[in-house]
Design a protein around this ligand. Structure first.
Ligand code: C2O
Length: 551
């Protein structure tokens, strides 16, 4: 591979949407941020320079970071944040991965504006397992807030209530014609008839899973989280924050004399308020070369709109996710761990903590909203976990006793318990090098059932099973798919159900795992795995780079 250099100057930039102008934190003045492109096997050197009044850090979502854990990016996990006026060189090699991933800030809610595509092309002599598309187009979903997102989350954490919701969803930064004061702010995908386009879909929204559809066009899903899947056709997709999905769009054989909306709006299962608005972009055909004058009448053409599933359509979600299967071919094998060394059962869900002082908080029954895994709401340390481990300072920073099973067992998917309070701590699971791990994640109904997109850093995992109700350890494991389960980095724990994943802990370092709904991360729905070094030299994490930021 070759070495590719990028420079990310993190700067403030005024951006206007919905007739609101605000100063946003951007990379190189662009929102969404620049596209990073590399090939499998390449080394990336990305210098991030902080010119804004916030501490920052950047995560390369889905990159495995094999033995380059210092470049993973979550603040206070693998590094201290890059302070004002400082810089850090992210340095990593892309090993055994190709497809659509993305990068985003990984501190507080700064990823609301600091994000962009990270596209890994196959090696020069390799091809896609489908015909080469005419063009490849990133479609990045985001959320636009008229007010400052740092103020929104800080206020929510102080009062204990739910944060204000966004004012619009966006496609490649644009809210589109269904919002007030936004018609000129519309993403337009201009296509030719009779061609195949590869759309690289990325959900960078802060807090919402999204349905997406293009009117009168079928999409063929070919990849999820930068791993090829068995192709299948669908009218609508579901994509959770953190997830990426590649689809093939086959355009109509002839100029259709119509234009088509593409729309996205949320899939929502929890309590509370959410932004239920719809972002729209336009799919527009270029007129034939001998009829260029048709383009002047494009605005008069009939406009077709897609129909999206109801906001809480869990049946659609289940049916869609069940269709995702690894290729599992000799060229693209599914290396599912067939035996398990370590088993874990994690409950994931919301909870509460008592109100501080004698104020009344805005959460349930005057408490504060919180969230936890196995009843542990993760407290961020003030120094980076990986540094603490590496320098032998760990006992002052974290404890290695994250519970493998929940301490109190109740009927997870039944009625809420009387006491909804959760505990807290900075606890890690410690895994010997090369352990093969099975993890069941069970949604709780402590504050109502809700779908949670859980993201694991540093690994792809196989989704070997999912179901509704309480996981049944006697009957459910017998139904696991160990042949062609989808391999990914972010999976939805079904609302009122469970999901089972397996992965091989072959990557030494500290690896964050959290709900990719940002508000749930803020409330504590996160934890970390410490994978120890192996015995051989190539099984050890190298020392930190000299410019690793200090806290
Ligand atoms: Cu995409 Cu820990 O994040």
């Amino acid at each position: 591979g070759m070495t590719r250099h990028y420079k990310f100057n993190v700067v403030l930039q005024n951006v206007t949407h919905l007739c609101h102008t605000k100063s946003v934190i951007t990379v190189n003045g662009k929102w969404p941020g620049p596209r990073v492109i590399a090939r499998e096997g390449d080394r990336l050197l990305i210098e991030v320079v902080n010119h804004v009044p916030n501490n920052i850090s950047i995560h390369w979502h889905g990159i495995r970071q094999l033995r380059s854990g210092w470049a993973d990016g979550p603040a206070y996990v693998t590094q201290c944040p890059i302070q004002i006026g400082q810089s850090y060189m992210y340095n990593y090699t892309i090993v055994g991965q190709r497809g659509t991933l993305w990068w985003h800030a990984h501190i507080s809610w700064l990823r609301s504006t600091l994000y962009g595509p990270l596209i890994i092309l196959p090696k020069h002599n390799a091809s896609y397992p489908f015909a080469k598309p005419h063009k490849e187009i990133p479609i990045v979903f985001g959320e636009w807030f008229n007010s400052d997102t740092e103020a929104i989350i800080n206020q929510a954490l102080q009062t204990g209530g739910g944060p204000n919701v966004s004012d619009a969803y966006t496609i490649n930064g644009l809210p589109g014609p269904l919002y007030n004061c936004s018609a000129i702010d519309t993403y337009r995908l201009k296509v030719k008839p009779g061609k195949t386009y590869l759309l690289r879909l990325i959900n960078a929204a802060l807090n919402d899973e999204l349905f997406f559809s293009i009117a009168n066009h079928t999409l063929t899903v070919v990849e999820a989280d930068a791993v090829y899947v068995k192709p299948f056709e669908t009218e609508t997709l579901l994509i959770a924050p953190g997830q990426t999905t590649n689809v093939l769009l086959k355009t109509k054989p002839h100029y259709p004399k119509a234009i088509f909306l593409m729309t996205a709006r949320p899939y929502v299962t929890g309590l509370g308020t959410f932004d239920n608005s719809t972002v729209a972009g336009i799919l527009e055909y270029k007129p034939p070369l001998d009829k260029p004058h048709w383009s002047s009448s494009i605005k008069q053409l009939p406009l077709f709109k897609p129909t999206l599933p109801p906001l809480n359509d869990t049946a659609f979600a289940t049916n869609f996710t069940n269709k995702l299967r690894s290729l599992a071919t000799p060229q693209f094998p599914a290396n599912v761990p067939q035996k398990v060394d370590q088993r874990f059962f994690f409950t994931v869900g919301l909870g509460t903590v008592p109100c501080q002082g004698n104020q009344t908080c805005q959460g349930p029954n005057g408490t504060m909203f919180n969230a936890a895994i196995n009843n542990v709401s993760f407290t961020m340390p003030t120094t980076a976990l990986l540094q603490a481990h590496y320098t032998g300072q760990s006992n002052r920073v974290y404890s290695p006793d994250f519970p493998s099973y929940p301490k109190s067992i109740f009927n997870f998917t039944g009625t809420s318990p009387n006491n909804t309070n959760v505990g807290n701590g900075t606890k890690l699971v410690v895994l010997p090098f090369n352990s093969s791990v099975e993890l069941i994640m069970q949604d709780t109904s402590i504050l109502g059932a809700e779908s949670h997109p859980l993201h694991l850093h540093g690994f792809n995992f196989f989704v070997v099973g999912q179901g509704f109700g309480n996981f049944d350890p006697n009957n459910d494991p017998g139904k696991f798919n160990l042949v062609d389960p989808v391999e990914r980095n972010t999976v939805g724990v079904p609302s009122g159900g469970w999901v089972a994943i397996r992965f091989l802990a072959d990557n030494p370092g500290v690896w964050f795992m959290h709900c990719h709904l940002e508000v749930h991360t803020s409330w504590g729905l996160k934890m970390a795995w410490l994978v120890l070094d192996g015995k051989l030299p190539n099984q050890k994490l190298p020392p930190p780079p000299a410019d690793l930021p200090k806290c």
